[in-house]
Design a protein around this ligand. Sequence first.
Ligand SMILES: *Cc1c(COP(=O)(O)O)cnc(C)c1O
Length: 434
Amino acid sequence: MQYYSLQNHQHRVSFREAVVRGLAPDKGLYFPAEIPKLGKANFIDRLEEYDPLYIAFKAIEPFVGEDIPEHHLKQIIRETLSFPFPLREVEENVYALELFHGPTLAFKDVGARFMAGCLGYFRRGSSQPVTVLVATSGDTGGAVAHGFYDVPGVEVVILYPSGKVSDLQEKQLTTLGRNIRALEINGSFDDCQRMVKTAFLDEELQAVRPLTSANSINVARWLPQMFYYFMAYRKVKQFKKETVISVPSGNFGNICSGMMAAAMGLPITHFVASTNVNDTVPRFFTSGQYEPLAAIPTLSNAMDVADPSNFVRILQLFAQNERALKASLTAYSFTDADTVAAMEKVFEERQYLLEPHGAVGYLGLKKYMQQHPNYTGIFLETAHPVKFTNTMPASLAGKVSIPERVQALFSQQKQAVKMDADYAQMKAWLMKTD
Ligand SMILES: *Cc1c(COP(=O)(O)O)cnc(C)c1O
């Protein structure tokens, strides 16, 4: 498979190059040159007969092509899907697809693990290690740290703003050791991001320490997220109804993965993009104008994104045809008050505990299903509630059961290098540390 830059369709690269580069040199996102179609009679209609690992292999294989041999790709898939993806009935016809059973309790584990497997393969046998340099405001850093932990030939350096990530998130970044290092920056997330961007442009540094990014726009993080849409559909297929999936969306990578699966032939009838008050896409659907405003902090903070980078990929999936897009996708936004009310209602009536992102997904699903009551509805629960106990109403936070592996984390020692938001200081550290 070849990939082109969305800024310049003539610029084409292999899967390998798209993964290693992350972003095209012209700053465009990579997009596959073709959308592979999966056979209906011999595959989609018989999905329940196949093992989820085999389904995942069939879904991703055309995107990888020759760049990774079949047996190795299957190994990467096994390591990526090494935890369950349960579908829980929350109400009649309403299901939560739980994506939080991985090592860092959020769906980003899937993309991070798959990307780590691919990059590890591409780096095998090379004499000089590559450094994944990443800034995090929360969930990304932990998923990347765990995904790349102990991958030979890859070093990971994570920058995070001191005091601005939750205790649990900080533990997930700072307790692994080995090839994972954390820099605790005395500054904001934007400072961290600026330092990372400067490093990528610094040829003197790169000559000593080659860098790569594990950004969420990397195709190796985006495409494997299709896997759990196949797994969910495989389970609801027996109901023989139309299926709608609501995705709590920030950068729109996760929903774009589901829509890619549908474009390949997975029979999902409709998607709902559910956002918090950072509603650039819902406003675009009503006004036709794409006008990002400044990001507003909310309870569902992983979705506080004003200018979702993956939305251009969704437009490309529909060849920029807005009418076709609207036939497959609806977008709604919800306030923090709506979010809390949904969390309280679902817990009271169903004893099911949502966290704020999942609650936004639930709200979007319910709103769409008012008009389509006979559909099977699925919303994605993207993180474990334990990650958000500090911002939940106290009445609900007390109900969160703490997974064992989280308890174990809190007894581990934080290891981070404290640093000012000063590029020269970070550069000196990167040049001398191996
Ligand atoms: C990253 C994240 C999201 C948003 O996903 P996108 O792919 O950026 O739309 C939603 N929920 C949680 C918990 C996240 O960490």
